[in-house]
Design a protein around this ligand. Structure first.
Ligand code: GRG
Length: 306
C-alpha cells in the first residue's frame, strides 16, 4: 500500500485494460500484415511486460481528469496509450537482435528472433512503428480531441521514438560502448534512450486530458525524473540480480557499457534513484496534483525487481 493506494491492484487492473487494447490493435494489424510476420509480432507485443508506459499515460490522464476515469472515453484512451507500448515492443525486438544486443532471453522467454527468425522479427518490429502512429492518431480522434491536439500527440510520440529520443539515445549508447562516459554524457544518452518514451507517456496522458500548462509542466518534470530513475534502477538490477530474477541475461558488464552503477557504485546509484523520485513527487506537489497512482508508480519504478 502506498498512501492508501493498493498499487498491485491498480497495476493489475490497468494492465488488463492494456492487454485488451493491444489485442484489438493486433487483430487489426492481422488484416494487413503478411501472416508469416504475425507470430514474431505477437511474441514481441504480448509476452509479458510490465506495460509501464501505457499505464503511466492512463495515470497521467486520471490525474488531470479524475471525473472522467470511468467514462466512455476510457476505451479510446487505452487505445491511445497502447501506441506507447507498440514503440516499446518494437524497440525490444530490434534491440535483442543478433546485430544489436544478441539477447536470447527476455521476460524469461526466448526472444522473437530466436523463435521466428531475424527477418520476421525485423520486419514485424518495423511494422509496429507506423502502426503506433496510426493507433495514437485513432485514439486521439476517438477521444474527440481537436485536430491540433491530435497532431501534437502524434508529433510527441514520433519525437520521443526518433532521433531526438529513443533511437538517438540508442545511437549514443552504441557509440559509447567501451568508453567511459561521464555523468552528463550518461544522462543525455538515457534521457533519449529510455527517458524520452517514458516522459512522452505522461505528456500523451496530459494532452489527452487537455491539462493546463502548469499541470503539463509538472507531469513533464515528473516524467523526466522517473525516466532517469527507471534507468538508474535498471543499471542496479543489471548489476545485482541474476538471470532468473531478471528474465534476461545481465549484459552491461559483458558489453563494457557505462552505467550509473559503474559511475556511482550500487549505493550511490540507489541514492540517486531516490533523489530522482523525490524530484518527481515534488513536481506533482508543485502542479497541485494529488495523483496517488503516479506517486506510487514513482516508487515502483525504483523498487521493482525486474
Ligand atoms: C533499428 C536496431 C534499431 C534500433 C532502434 C531498438 C532501438 C532503436 C532502441 C532501443 C532502446 C531500448 C531497448 C530502450 C529500452 C530500455 C529498457 C530499459 C527496456 C526495458 O523496459 P521495461 O523494463 O520492459 O519497461 P518490460 O519487459 O517490462 O516491457
Amino acid at each position: 500500500m502506498t498512501q492508501g493506494l493498493a498499487l498491485e491492484t491498480y497495476l493489475d487492473a490497468a494492465r488488463a485494460e492494456v492487454e485488451v487494447g493491444l489485442e484489438h490493435v493486433l487483430r487489426d494489424l492481422e488484416q494487413s500484415l503478411p501472416p508469416h510476420l504475425m507470430p514474431a509480432v505477437r511474441q514481441g507485443v504480448t509476452t509479458g511486460g510490465k506495460r509501464l508506459r501505457p499505464i503511466l499515460c492512463l495515470a497521467a490522464w486520471e490525474a488531470c481528469a479524475p471525473d472522467l476515469v470511468a467514462s466512455e472515453s476510457r476505451h479510446a484512451l487505452v487505445h491511445l496509450a497502447c501506441s506507447l507500448e507498440l514503440i516499446h515492443a518494437y524497440s525490444l525486438m530490434h534491440d535483442d537482435l543478433p546485430s544489436m544486443d544478441n539477447a536470447p532471453l527476455r521476460r524469461g522467454l526466448p526472444t522473437p528472433h530466436v523463435t521466428h527468425g531475424v527477418p520476421a522479427t525485423l520486419l514485424g518490429g518495423a511494422a509496429l512503428i507506423p502502426l503506433a502512429g496510426l493507433v495514437a492518431w485513432r485514439g486521439a480522434e476517438r477521444l474527440g480531441l481537436d485536430p491540433k491536439t491530435c497532431r501534437d500527440i502524434v508529433r510527441t510520440l514520433a519525437r520521443a521514438a526518433g532521433g531526438t529520443g529513443m533511437v538517438g539515445g540508442q545511437g549514443l549508447d552504441l557509440e559509447g560502448e567501451g568508453k567511459h562516459l561521464d555523468r552528463e554524457e550518461l544522462d543525455r544518452l538515457h534521457r533519449g534512450k529510455t527517458g524520452a518514451l517514458l516522459r512522452a507517456s505522461l505528456e500523451l496522458g496530459a494532452m489527452a486530458a487537455h491539462a493546463t500548462p502548469k499541470v503539463r509542466t509538472a507531469l513533464e518534470r515528473y516524467g523526466a525524473a522517473i525516466g532517469l530513475a527507471f534507468q538508474v534502477a535498471d543499471d542496479i538490477l543489471d548489476a545485482t540480480a541474476d538471470e532468473i530474477a531478471l528474465g534476461k541475461r545481465p549484459s552491461d558488464a559483458a558489453m563494457d557499457k557505462s552505467t550509473y552503477v559503474a559511475l556511482l557504485g550500487v549505493e550511490g546509484a540507489q541514492e540517486e534513484a531516490r533523489t530522482l523520485v523525490a524530484d518527481a513527487l515534488t513536481a506533482l506537489d508543485e502542479g497541485g496534483l494529488e495523483a496517488l497512482p503516479l506517486r506510487a508508480l514513482a516508487h515502483y519504478v525504483i523498487e521493482r525487481d525486474r
